[in-house]
Structures are given as C-alpha cells and as structure tokens.
Design a protein. Structure first.
Length: 380
C-alpha cells in the first residue's frame, strides 16, 4: 500500500470524524439548554473524570494517553461552546463595554504622572513618549508609584515591566498582585546605557560603578571586562548619575542614559555598553480608573488557578480554541500562600472581536481568582 492510498484512507476517516464532531456539538447545544433551564453549571468535573477514564480504558494501554489528551481538548471545546450559548458571566464584559463608551477618543496630552527615580530616569523618557506634555512626580520606589495611583495623587503611573535582555522586572510583578489598577497604554523604549563620570575622569581611574540592577545585568559583558572595579546596585540609573555628580569623585561612574550626562554635567567614558544593541524595556502606563481607548488590541489579565494537574492547561486550551495569541505568560509566588502562584497573561486580540467578548465571559469560571488588568494599545 503506497502513501497516496494511506492518505486517502485517512481523509475518509477525517470526513467521518468531522461529521461526528458536528453531531456531538449539536448535542452539546441541547445539553447547554438543559443546564440553563435547570440552573446547572457548565463544568461538571465528576462527569469528565468518569468519561476520561472510560475512553482511556476503551483505547487500550498504547493509546490511552493520546485518547485522554484528545478528549480533554474536546471537553474544552464543548464547554466553550456551551458557555457561548448560555451567555456566560457577562458582568465583567458589561463593565468593559461601559468603559469603552466612557473613555475619550483621544489619549490625554497632559496629566500628572508618577515615575520611579529622579529626573533623567528611563521612566521619564518613556513617560514623555506616552504623554506629550506630562507633569511628573518622582518616587523613590516602584511601590511609591502604585501608592500614588491608589491615593489619587497622580492620575497615571509609569513602570518598567520587562526588558528584552534581562527579562521581567519581578519587583513590579510582585507589586501588581497587591494593588488595584488598570493598564491603559504600553511603550517599548530603546535602552542605551553609557558609562558616565565627572569631567576629567579617565576609564582607568574608575574603582566603583553605580546603577540599577537591571542595567547591571544588561551590561554584564562590559562590566566583566573591567578589572578591579566593584559594581553597586542603586534604586535607579538616574539616581546613580546624581550620586556620581554630587560626590565630586573621579573614581566612580554610573551606567545611565545619555540624557543624564547633560542633565548632571557628566562626561561619557564609554557609550552604548549594553550587551545587545536591540535592548528595549517595555513600560506600562497605569491608572486607577478603567480606561479603554479606541483601537485597543492587547489585553492583560491575572489569575490564581486551582493547585491541581491540568489547571493551567485548561486555561491555555480555552484561549487556544478561541484563536487568541498569548504574547506573555509570567508566574509569581503569592506572598504568605505556600506553593500558590499568580499567573499573568498578555493577550493579543481586539476588544471589538467576538473572541474577546467570549473569553471575558468565560475566564472567571476557570480559576479561583481573576483580575482584569486592562485593554490597551502599545506605542512604538
């Protein structure tokens, strides 16, 4: 039997499978109507466990795992279809719809914005890309930015969330668990680290370098090439420049942005010393209020899942069945809760799509805790 004949037989089986699948989904339609009429939940775990055990036994030892995987996906498709037919939980989507209607068409040109660090910080540079004319208040810590939003001191806050070289800013992710906020815009800023020192300083004079821990990680190759130099992490790259300038010393330097050289009257001893030329940091712009501007095509959510096998798979399978792309998945331990994690998802889907509506109506039923972080566009 040649390959063409084998493929023809497979095609014939596939035709039957499609017909049977459509028939199965028609019956799911009737099941959904019955459950809705009788106040029954869509998810019935005991029934699914019994069914998975039954099909695995029927398939035999060699095909048991494959069959379980196939039917687990079938169950996700069935639940998704039933949820769509029953309308799901629409409270969140109704809030999102109201926010879309209440949000102005134009993103603010000026606002009071909280940034971590001091003047010259990369957060300031990102802020000025998002807002043409911002009024900036600086805070020593990332938590200070969140507090400023919580207390209404600032309307918006700018925070770094991930870097293309050094990865996620875990401190920000940990604080996201503790605070209530919404992401209203994001921006990817090209990061260019420079070694700055007081005028008259030579590279061989440097004994100590200050910078933020992320910048230190991003310039590890350059730093390792320097002999006899200690590296000291500080709160912010601009703070590092401020420290060098105020010290008056000629044996210290800072890894910072080029704008800090002019701002703090420092000389550039080495330019663009980051390990990779395409070094970008993604910043989020947060607000206390849910604001969803026209054209938003990215959504961020956080959730706590049941601590049992397959919990994350079920969420990813549901997202997959809707054809929504996951651009980031991050997990962080939840403080004071042993072996429990908060999962952070970035999703790529238009707020106007049917898939977005369905997902927002379904997700709360798939996890123990769910938090919608906002829908937004990314400035480039």
């Amino acid at each position: 039997m040649d390959l063409t004949e084998l493929r023809n037989q497979i095609d014939g089986i596939d035709d039957q499978l499609v017909q049977l699948f459509c028939r199965r989904m028609e019956l799911c339609d009737q099941v959904a109507e019955y459950k809705k009429a009788n106040g029954l939940p869509i998810l019935m775990p005991a029934r699914e466990r019994e069914k998975l055990k039954d099909v695995a036994e029927k398939a035999g030892p060699d095909m048991a795992n494959y069959t379980r995987t196939l039917y687990a996906m079938l169950f996700e498709l069935s639940r998704s279809y039933q949820s769509k037919l029953s309308g799901g939980s629409r409270q969140l989507y109704e809030r999102i719809t109201q926010s879309i209607q209440d949000t102005p068409n134009l993103f603010p040109q000026t606002a009071m914005v909280a940034c971590q660090g001091v003047e010259g910080a990369y957060s300031q540079l990102a802020c000025e890309k998002i807002f043409p004319n911002p009024m900036i208040l600086y805070f020593k810590t990332f938590d200070g930015v969140f507090q400023a939003i919580d207390q209404g001191l600032c309307q918006y806050g700018i925070l770094p969330i991930e870097n293309s070289t050094a990865g996620s800013v875990t401190k920000v992710y940990d604080l996201m668990i503790q605070h209530n906020f919404y992401i209203v815009r994001t921006f990817r800023l090209k990061i260019d680290h420079n070694l700055l020192a007081n005028p008259g300083t030579k590279l061989e004079d440097i004994k100590e370098i200050y910078s933020h821990e992320q910048a230190i990680n991003q310039c590890s190759g350059f730093l390792h090439s320097l002999k006899g130099v200690s590296v000291v992490p500080v709160a912010n790259t601009a703070v590092a420049s401020e420290m060098v300038a105020s010290s008056g010393r000629k044996d210290v330097a800072a890894l910072s942005s080029r704008s800090c050289a002019e701002l703090y009257n420092l000389s550039c001893l080495a330019a663009s010393v980051q390990d990779k030329g395409n070094n970008r940091t993604r910043f989020i712009c947060i607000s206390k209020n849910m604001e969803i501007y026209p054209g938003s095509d990215k959504t961020s959510i956080m959730m706590v899942l049941n601590h049992r096998p397959g919990a994350l798979y079920k969420v990813l399978a549901r997202i997959y069945t809707l054809g929504i792309n996951v651009t980031k998945l991050e997990s962080r331990p939840i403080p004071d809760r042993e072996f429990e994690f908060m999962f952070y998802f970035d999703l790529e889907t238009s707020i106007y799509s049917e898939q977005f509506v369905q997902l927002m109506c379904e997700l709360e039923d798939l996890c123990e805790e769910f938090k919608y972080l906002g829908s937004y566009t990314e400035v480039v």
